[in-house]
Design a protein around this ligand. Structure first.
Ligand SMILES: C[S@@+](CC[C@H](N)C(=O)[O-])C[C@H]1O[C@@H](n2cnc3c(N)ncnc32)[C@H](O)[C@@H]1O
Length: 220
């Protein structure tokens, strides 16, 4: 029954996993700024017969979604590609319901990558060169005001020597492999403060107020 938003939904795979969790009562929205991916995802949704999975074309740093809509936000390997991560995090905060949460998988760095790797387009496509420091990534989320921030999963990503050797000398490869610099795949969870329950109670008291109202009194 939840509303789930997937940031950078690609062909829609994670949206279909989310649809499995929400069931027919829920709603899943995938956002992607690449028209061909939106088209592909819509075709996939049609093939699967889902009418509650919607794909919207747009940039996740200015989401085509109203405030306080999502119970859950997910994303896999996308935030690292976005130049203005602070703006995306502000957008996540805006579209989440109070008490809603995100669970985002991404690539982050610990220590500095050698320049040759950072600047290479092939590495960028592999989600590495756009990644920022893990500490900065988590700080941006904390500064925005998210609560219960935790790392759900963390795994180092090893770059094979034969790839490193394309960009670095043998000495640099050795230094890279032993220098404590790391590329990590992490999954981060956090909540927007507030309570969904409060909202429900608020609307229940509205109902109560309405039922206390005598139509003959002229109040409604
Ligand atoms: C590495 S793919 C990941 C796709 C999908 N999340 C998955 O796990 O299969 C990155 C996707 O994010 C989209 N993307 C990258 N930057 C984006 C942005 N600023 N706004 C919206 N979509 C973006 C790309 O078009 C692409 O489809």
């Amino acid at each position: 029954g939840d509303t789930v938003i997937d940031l950078g939904s690609g062909a829609g795979n994670d949206c279909f996993v989310a649809r499995h969790e929400t069931g027919a009562e829920g709603k899943v929205i995938g956002i992607d700024f690449t028209p061909v991916m939106i088209e592909k995802a819509r075709l996939n949704a049609e093939k699967m017969g889902y009418n509650n999975v919607e794909f919207r074309e747009g940039d996740i740093d200015a989401m085509p979604v109203n405030d306080d809509v999502a119970d859950v936000i997910v994303s896999n390997c996308v935030l690292n590609l976005v130049p203005n991560k602070k703006k995306v995090i502000a957008e996540i905060y805006r579209v989440l319901k109070p008490g809603g949460h995100f669970s985002i998988s991404d690539i982050v760095l610990v220590g500095d990558l050698p320049e040759a790797l950072k600047e290479d387009a092939e590495m960028y496509a592999g989600c590495v060169a756009g990644a920022i420091q893990k500490s900065e990534y988590l700080s941006l989320m904390e500064e925005k005001g998210f609560s219960n921030l935790k790392i759900q999963k963390e795994k180092p990503i090893a770059i094979p020597d034969d790839i490193l050797e394309k960009y670095l000398s043998a000495e640099e490869v050795k230094a890279f492999n032993t220098g404590g610099t790391g590329i990590f795949s992490i999954t981060v969870f956090a909540q927007k403060p507030g309570s969904k329950t409060k909202k429900v109670l608020a609307s229940l008291s509205d109902v109560q107020e309405a039922s206390d109202c005598d139509p003959k009194s002229g109040c409604c």
